[in-house]
Write a protein that binds this ligand. Structure first.
Ligand code: CA
Length: 235
């Protein structure tokens, strides 16, 4: 069963009955839900609250749903992850639906909709987008090869003892722990830490791995070198 408690959902809908009902039902299902009555407010809340999913009505006064969706897509760029948008359309009309998809919506529900159908769509969208997995990783952490990593707190433990890592070491470890056994090339690791460190080179990645292994102590041996390919973490 997926955890809904840490998933924030923003509902942008001008009709207050529908908005209130949606927020109420989402909360009853365990989500943290917030409502906005127009597009401008919705966008502001999107920036401030960083929801994991947006339910967006197509027909809004002022800035309409399509414009809001385009802005969300434009702002969620630069690798900051894809926030799924579930569009509410007034009719099951193909034009509305197409307009929504073209603006970057991930799915749509036609009004009038049943609460059960809407919640099922929300759940499937969150699952498809990997958000349930990310949320449980954030709160429960990742455990591989005697190492426990908690993204929410940015903390790493080996055998119960906290380990202090640099930004680059932490990001490298997290990426590898999310995919145990998968080989990460130096280039891939470079991409992860580029921007944070200036002048990152292959050598810097190698010395970062050396530092990581040393700091991980007994668990350091689980960070393996794959000759001629890169690095990986093994359970
Ligand atoms: Ca409306």
């Amino acid at each position: 069963m997926e955890k809904t408690a840490s998933v924030n959902i923003l509902v942008i809908e001008d009709e207050s009955d529908i908005r209130t009902m949606l927020v109420y039902n989402l909360r009853k299902d365990g989500y943290a839900a917030l409502g906005a009555a127009d597009g401008e407010t919705g966008l502001r809340m999107f920036r401030e609250k960083k929801p994991q999913l947006v339910i967006l009505d197509l027909m809004l006064p002022g800035m309409d749903g399509v414009a809001v969706c385009r802005r969300i897509r434009a702002e969620a760029g630069d690798g900051g992850g894809h926030t799924p948008v579930l569009m509410l359309t007034a009719r099951s009309g193909e034009e509305d639906m197409m307009e929504g998809f073209e603006a970057g919506a991930d799915d749509y529900v036609a009004k009038p909709f049943s609460n059960r159908v809407l919640l099922a769509r929300v759940r499937s969208l969150l699952r498809r987008s990997g958000i349930f997995r990310e949320v449980s990783e954030e709160t429960d952490g990742l455990t591989v090869g005697g190492i426990a990593l908690f993204p929410e707190r940015r903390e790493v433990f080996v055998e119960g003892a906290k380990v202090e890592l640099t930004y680059g070491e932490y990001e490298t470890l997290k990426a590898m722990m999310r995919r145990p056994g998968v080989v990460f090339t130096r280039n891939r690791l470079l991409d992860l830490v580029r921007g944070a460190l200036h002048a990152v080179t292959d050598r810097a990645i190698d010395s970062q791995i050396v530092g990581l292994r040393r700091k991980l102590g007994p668990a350091g041996k689980n960070v393996e070198t794959v000759r001629g390919a890169g690095y990986r973490i093994v359970p």
